[in-house]
Design a protein around this ligand. Structure first.
Ligand code: UT7
Length: 338
């Protein structure tokens, strides 16, 4: 049986914040932000909205598109760096509960902005071991809750949202084995480039008498990034992975119909296009309105392309992302076969 993406969905919170709104609170301007990033505005979760509620909306929409009921889902993998709870319970478990996927295992995956590529690969692998079942791969983020809104070099970049795909067998069967190929990678030497502290790396002072760790002072750690370093890494890595994926099929990137690259900065995508000598029109670009939604950016793009009728069966497609870790990954697929 061939594994397929059976349906896509996405959700963006209705509230938007334009660059001009940021300029009222920060020493910045629409002109600077747009010319340096390609971003005009971003969606921001309001009270009551969280990563899990956005993820559930995207997933429900993907299940409707696929014609799949919650009970049919056997596996939920949710990529996020902004879980509802600091660590547990997982956001995927919350989504499982909201959707009523009574027969599904559920877990979170953290590979930052590359997370959706990893999640898709996990879901694809699970389906190969459980043929005939259905899986949900989700990327969802509520990044606006972990930003330092006084840091103009980082807070202007990000937005909230969620995207999801339902995977399963289409019942046709092609008998030729997997169509898609994936490359996943990491480079921990770049761990300082994008960070959010606040984990167990910070040791607690021990009470000298009892040896019991003392309660930490409450604080809300923010995302920080080294923009130049990430920029250079992103251009080099996304184009290299795309070229390597194409080489697995004895092809050049020119053979691709569409590239869904992580939407971090329009200039990063333009530089990738130049490097691979691909027309920019082959890249899906939506960060003008969505900004960087990290793990959600690729599945949101996919859903938009599907709903716009721009992603047709048989198209050669690469999904490629990079992010904190550093982590990166790409999948070459002939839409919608995996
Ligand atoms: O998905 C993974 C996470 N994403 C990233 O890590 C993003 C990757 N990096 C980038 O997108 C770009 O490096 C940035 C958009 C973050 C920065 O763009 P840049 O063209 O590399 O600008 P820069 O950092 O070289 O800053 C140039 C100037 C600086 O002023 P001085 O030192 O030249 O006087 C900054 O202080 O622009 C200033 N600046 C700003 N000015 C107005 C930085 N941010 C802003 C701002 N508004 N928002």
């Amino acid at each position: 049986m061939g594994t397929r993406i059976l349906g896509t969905g996405s959700y963006l919170p209705p509230k938007t914040v334009a660059n001009g709104d940021l300029a009222k609170a920060l020493d910045t301007s629409d002109e600077w932000i747009f010319s340096h990033t390609g971003i005009h505005s971003r969606h921001v979760a309001e009270e009551g909205e969280t990563t899990s509620t956005m993820a559930a909306k995207a997933a429900r929409s993907a299940m409707e598109a696929a014609g799949v009921s919650p009970e049919e889902i056997g596996f939920i993998v949710l990529a996020t760096s902004t879980p509802d709870y600091a660590t547990f319970p997982s956001t995927a478990c919350l989504v499982q509960g909201i959707l009523g996927c009574a027969n599904a295992g559920a877990f979170d995956l953290q590979a930052a902005c590359a997370g959706f590529v990893y999640a898709l690969e996990m879901a694809r692998g699970w389906l190969k071991l459980n043929p005939g079942r259905k899986a949900l791969a989700i990327g969802a983020e509520c990044l606006t809750r972990i930003l330092d809104w006084t840091d103009r070099s980082s807070c202007i970049l990000f937005g909230d949202g969620a995207g999801a795909v339902v995977l399963g067998d289409d019942g046709q069967g092609d008998g030729e084995g997997p169509k898609a190929r994936t490359i996943l990678g990491a480079d921990g030497s770049g761990r300082h480039f994008i960070q959010r502290t606040g984990g167990t790396m910070t040791s607690l002072p021990l009470d000298p008498e009892t040896g019991i760790p003392q309660a930490p002072k409450p604080f809300l750690p923010h995302l920080s990034l080294m923009g130049h370093e990430v920029f250079a890494f992103a251009v080099k890595t996304m184009s290299r992975i795309t070229e390597e994926l194409c080489a697995l099929y004895d092809e050049k990137p020119a053979a691709l119909d569409r590239v869904f690259a992580h939407q971090a900065n329009g200039r990063i995508i333009e530089a990738c296009a130049r490097r691979m000598k691909l027309p920019l029109g082959k890249f899906w670009l939506n960060l003008q309105e969505t900004a960087n939604t990290s793990a959600a950016s690729i599945p949101i793009s996919l859903d938009q392309a599907v709903r716009a009728g721009e992603l047709k069966d048989g198209m050669k497609v690469v999904l490629v992302g990079f992010g904190a870790g550093l982590s990166f990954g790409g999948t070459y697929m002939t839409w919608p076969a995996l």
